[in-house]
Write a protein of this length. Structure first.
Lengths: 119, 111
C-alpha cells in the first residue's frame, strides 16, 4: 500500500528566509503524481505545486519549488523569501490511478507540517 | 484554476436529523469527486469516492448507510449525514479534478 510521510509536525522560519518541508512516500507504482497543498486557518485547501513522476525536471511556482528524487522517493518543498501569509498547514499528497480502472484515481495525504512564519 | 464550490460552509443541527452537503464543480465536469473528513489538527481522511452515475466507493470503516453519497450529474455530488449524532461533528471537505481542487469545506456541529 502507498504511504506518505511528513516527518516534521511543526516548523518555523523567519520572514524572508528559506524553509524546506520534507515528504517521503512509498509506492511500487511507476506512474503517479505528487502534490503539495496549503491549508491556512480558513481551512481552504489550496494547491501549491504539482509534479508528474515521469518528469525529471523539478516543478516550480514562483517562490515555491520542489526537490523530487524519484529513486529515493522523496518530494520536498522549498519556500523562498517566506512571507507571513505562508503560515499554514502544508500537506504532501500522492495520486495514482485507482485499480478501478482508467479515469479513476486515488489520493493519499501525509499527516501535514504546520509552518509558522515569524515577523 | 478550476473552482469547486461546497455548501453550506457551516451547519448546526439537532441530534437525529439529517444534513445534506453539496459539492459542485463550477467550470469543469467531474466524473469523480472525493469526500474527506478532517479532525482538528489532523490530515484529511478519505471517506468515499463519488462516481457519476454509479454507486460511491466507501473506504473501510465508513458507514455507507450513515454517509449517503449521490453523484447524479457531472457537476454535483452530495453527502448526506443521516441521523446525525454529536460524534459526527467534524469538518467535511470535497474535492474534484485530477489536481484535487477542493471545496471550502463544511463545519458540521451536531448538538
Amino acid at each position: 500500500a502507498q504511504t506518505v510521510t511528513q516527518s516534521q509536525p511543526e516548523m518555523s522560519v523567519q520572514e524572508a528566509e528559506t524553509v524546506t518541508l520534507s515528504c517521503t512516500y512509498d509506492t511500487s507504482e511507476n506512474n503517479y503524481y505528487l502534490f503539495w497543498y496549503k491549508q491556512p486557518p480558513s481551512r481552504q485547501m489550496i494547491l501549491v505545486i504539482r509534479q508528474e513522476a515521469y518528469k525529471q525536471q523539478n516543478a516550480t511556482e514562483n517562490r515555491f519549488s520542489v526537490n523530487f528524487q524519484k529513486a529515493a522517493k522523496s518530494f520536498s518543498l522549498k519556500i523562498s523569501d517566506s512571507q507571513l501569509g505562508d503560515t499554514a498547514m502544508y500537506f504532501c499528497a500522492f495520486m495514482k490511478q485507482s485499480s478501478r480502472g482508467p479515469g479513476t484515481y486515488k489520493y493519499i495525504f501525509g499527516t501535514g507540517t504546520r509552518l509558522k512564519v515569524l515577523a | 484554476g478550476a473552482v469547486v464550490s461546497q455548501h453550506p460552509s457551516r451547519v448546526i443541527c439537532k441530534s437525529g436529523t439529517s444534513v445534506k452537503i453539496e459539492c459542485r464543480s463550477l467550470d469543469f465536469q467531474a466524473t469523480t469527486m472525493f469526500w474527506y473528513r478532517q479532525f482538528p489538527k489532523q490530515s484529511l481522511m478519505l471517506m468515499a469516492t463519488s462516481n457519476e452515475g454509479s454507486k460511491a466507493t466507501y473506504e473501510q470503516g465508513v458507514e455507507k448507510d450513515k454517509f449517503l453519497i449521490n453523484h447524479a450529474s457531472l457537476t454535483l455530488s452530495t453527502l448526506t449525514v443521516a441521523s446525525a449524532h454529536p460524534e459526527d461533528s467534524s469538518f467535511y471537505i470535497c474535492s474534484a479534478g485530477d489536481s484535487a481542487f477542493f471545496g471550502q469545506g463544511t463545519r458540521l456541529t451536531v448538538v
